[in-house]
Write a protein of this length. Structure first.
Lengths: 313, 450
């Protein structure tokens, strides 16, 4: 029996999104096939991994992922420079954790200053994230978006409760926008529609269907992403053709597999390597499901995932 | 491709004799199409129809049993490309490579690692399933001695004998007769001899296409081996780089599932060995997500196993059946007798999110997780599984009363309606309504603790 290779062609295509300005600008998305299926279509851009840094020292990060940044993380500027110069980061994700009312409760003005400081220290494409407090994020991200005006950043995350203000701020200052919903393909589609109904260009949206860590609901994120990508390609649904974000580091580095000492759980093996593998494996699975943009923390995990991305393209 | 009910109906006697237990042949045909009935129930079906139907009803990826006894692993039987369509059936097996050039002591050590690899995770026992013995020495005698060490030390572990040399294979396979080993290394040159050996020792054959031959060569090989009389096979397309593994595995699964293309309807074996162990874990992850049935690893550190086992468990979970966690009182942080007690249901995602937010609050506490058949809070309440009397019974029987000094139970905000009834059922208890969403817990717990 002769083999006719069962290749697929799809009617739809993922939007390609460019972030940053000047020589460091990056483009991701743009493929008309399932992840890395270059044997049957075109996948012009590789997924991008952004190094996560934050506006306040990472007291809330576990030891193993604090370590690589211990000399620089007291200050977002030195942290960003370290990522660019020493770790050769291609993009940076600045999380304004300190603005959360339960944390340092920093003001929108403080946040704007941090953003300005980081921007003047690095020319890498920047993702600017709030503290995931829907009310506070609305005011913080307005100031942050203004502070980064025309730098073509990604601002996020806009959720159902606050998307109007955040999308307006991103639009007014020429940024891209992360639209986040909670693990449901229909909610994700609906939020994209609501945001584009405001006049926000749907080709400037990045979808975050909500991340989960390996072993903690990863299969839900995985399948929602696969279904979103299939809808984009097979149904040519323009409300599902946005590139997808996997906000991996934040979810991975709070589960017990990345924190429990080997003396407490000898059957789990070395803590350092376990944490790194947990983050890298989570990222790898989401890449297989269709994410084009990852936010990660541990340099060793990022390097390994980048190597495999290189091997896949 | 599976036949439709009407297509099956055409092959049945159409006598409506009811001997199958269904009122009509058409009703029976519909059940057959849904795989809810077996053709054996029809006493009058013709041999020709039987043949056609059994061909059509066979799973697109042939089922293979690898190994024997308690540690036997089932491979294949897959029916879909995406896990959201239907559960992936048989989780991939992980095998540790053992080179026959190692000393006996080193081989013993590798076997010990495999035997000690078991980890319990959310109620499932996960482990390295098999050993792949590599004929690195190119000597039949050395291969045989190493096989004997494995057979003597770990007689229950399924084994893959990797050698293209029929002499070496024939010597070594005797140690695993009747244990359904896999003989890997079958190529165009040795296929006839290898098939003969497999028949004698009831082994599964592992076919290896050359790197340049790829899927075409593989099809030719499976057809050749099948014609020689062996149908239990696993296939290696020669893919080693991540890109080829993804491409070949995808095309193979598509050909089998969507085209019912029999020459590629066998489980895939993937060799993921790499110098760098973390990189190896990631290459193996590609195989876990994308259709490998056996993945061969060069090392099995505990940290790596934990990641790979968990990924395999996640990918092979039934998407239609909610993942559940065990009913019990979970301690979060290091709670003392004054720490708050909260309750939620045992849907795994609910548990992960709620326990994660309690951890974020840094307020130690007790989380009572009640068995509601894996439903989330609102759904469980609506289905009558998360009711005041059931909660009261669970709290009383849990024994938590002896661990805490207070008598206050925090319930999810979505079921605030239960608070009155609960105070009636749980005498002496104060019921406090918590936030509706888990992300409200840190603020809620902190303000309570203040």
């Amino acid at each position: 029996m002769a083999l006719a290779l069962p290749k697929e062609t799809y009617s739809g295509k993922v939007y390609s999104v460019t972030i940053g300005t000047g020589p460091g600008a990056l483009t991701f998305g743009g493929e008309n096939v399932l992840p890395f299926h270059t044997f049957e279509g075109s996948s012009p851009n590789s997924p991008v991994i952004a190094y996560e840094i934050q506006d306040v020292p990472p007291d809330d990060w576990p030891e193993e992922v604090k370590k690589p940044y211990k000399d620089v993380s007291h200050n977002p500027v030195s942290w960003a420079k370290f990522c660019q110069e020493t770790l050769k980061a291609k993009a940076i994700a600045l999380r304004l954790t300190g603005t959360h009312p339960d944390r340092e409760n920093r003001s929108p003005e403080d946040a704007a200053k941090t953003v300005r400081d980081v921007i003047s220290a690095t020319d890498l494409p920047l993702i600017i994230l709030g503290s995931n407090h829907t009310e506070k994020d609305a005011s913080v991200l307005i100031s942050a978006a203004e502070a980064a005006k025309d730098r073509n950043c990604i601002i996020g995350k806009a959720q159902e409760a606050n998307y109007k203000t955040i999308a307006a701020a991103a639009m007014a200052n020429n940024h891209k926008l992360i639209a986040m919903s909670e693990l449901d393909i229909n909610l994700s589609k609906q939020l994209n529609i609501l945001i584009s109904q405001m006049g926000f260009d749907k080709e400037r949206i990045i979808t975050d269907p909500m991340c989960s860590a390996l072993g903690y609901g990863l299969e839900y994120t995985y399948s929602v992403m696969e279904r979103i990508r299939l809808a984009a390609l097979t149904q040519n649904d323009s409300t599902m053709q946005q590139p997808m974000l996997g906000d991996v580091g934040m979810y991975v580095w709070k589960v017990k597999e990345t924190q429990a000492a080997e003396s407490d759980v000898p059957q789990w093996g070395s803590l350092e390597e376990r944490g790194i593998a947990w983050e890298a494996t989570t990222a790898m699975a989401l890449l297989m499901a269709g994410t084009e943009l990852l936010i990660m923390r541990h340099p060793t995990a990022i390097n390994a995932v980048e190597k495999v991305i290189g091997e896949l393209t | 491709m599976a036949l439709t009910g009407v297509e099956i109906f055409k092959l049945l006697p159409k006598t409506n004799c009811k001997k199958c237990g269904f009122p009509t042949c058409l009703a029976f045909a519909m059940k057959l199409a849904q795989r809810q009935a077996s053709l054996d129930a029809c006493p009058d079906v013709s041999e020709e129809a039987k043949q056609k139907l059994s061909d059509a009803s066979a799973p697109p990826v042939r089922p293979i049993t690898f190994g024997a006894g308690d540690r036997a692993v089932k491979l294949g039987e897959e029916t879909v490309l995406f896990r959201h369509d239907k559960r992936f059936v048989n989780p991939c097996a992980f095998a540790l490579e053992v080179k026959d050039t190692l000393s006996e002591a080193e081989i013993q050590k590798k076997i010990e690692e495999v035997l000690n690899s078991e980890i319990d995770r959310v109620g499932q026992k996960l482990k390295i399933d098999a050993i792949a013995l590599l004929n690195e020495s190119n000597s039949a005698g050395t291969f045989d001695s190493a096989a004997k060490v494995i057979a003597a030390t770990a007689p229950h572990i399924p084994v893959i004998l990797c050698s293209a040399d029929p002499q070496a294979v024939e010597a070594a396979v005797k140690s695993f007769a009747d244990k359904k080993p896999i003989i890997y290394g079958v190529n165009t040159e040795n296929a006839e001899v290898m098939t003969g050996i497999a028949k004698t020792y009831k082994a599964t054959l592992g076919l290896k296409a050359s790197a340049s031959g790829g899927l075409d060569e593989l099809c030719g090989l499976t057809e050749k081996v099948k014609a020689l009389g062996v149908e239990d096979m696993v296939m290696d397309s020669g893919a080693r780089k991540a890109k080829e593994i993804l491409e070949h595995n995808t095309l193979i699964r598509r050909a089998a599932v969507k085209k019912n293309f029999k020459p590629l309807g066998y489980p895939v074996i993937t060799f993921a060995q790499r110098e760098d162990s973390l990189l190896e874990a990631l290459i193996a992850s590609v195989g876990v997500a994308k259709y490998s049935s056996i993945i061969v690893l060069s090392s099995i550190e505990k940290w790596k196993n934990l990641s790979l086992f968990t990924l395999r468990q996640n990918i092979y979970t039934d998407p239609q059946v909610p993942m559940q966690v065990e009913q019990k009182i979970y301690k979060i942080g290091d709670p003392n007798p004054e720490s708050p007690l909260m309750i939620t249901t045992n849907f795994s995602l609910t548990y992960f999110i709620v326990s994660g937010e309690i951890e974020n609050s840094r307020v130690p506490g007790y989380l009572a997780v009640m068995d509601c058949e894996g439903l989330s809070v609102l759904t469980a309440w609506a289905a009558g599984k998360f009711t005041a009397s059931k909660i009261a019974q669970f709290i009383k029987e849990s024994g938590i009363e002896s661990n805490i000094k207070h008598r206050e139970l925090i319930i999810p905000g979505y079921v605030s309606i239960l608070s009155g009834a609960l105070e009636d059922k749980l005498e002496g208890w104060k019921i406090t309504v918590g936030p509706r969403e888990a992300n409200g817990l840190p603020a809620f717990l902190k303000s309570k603790a203040a």
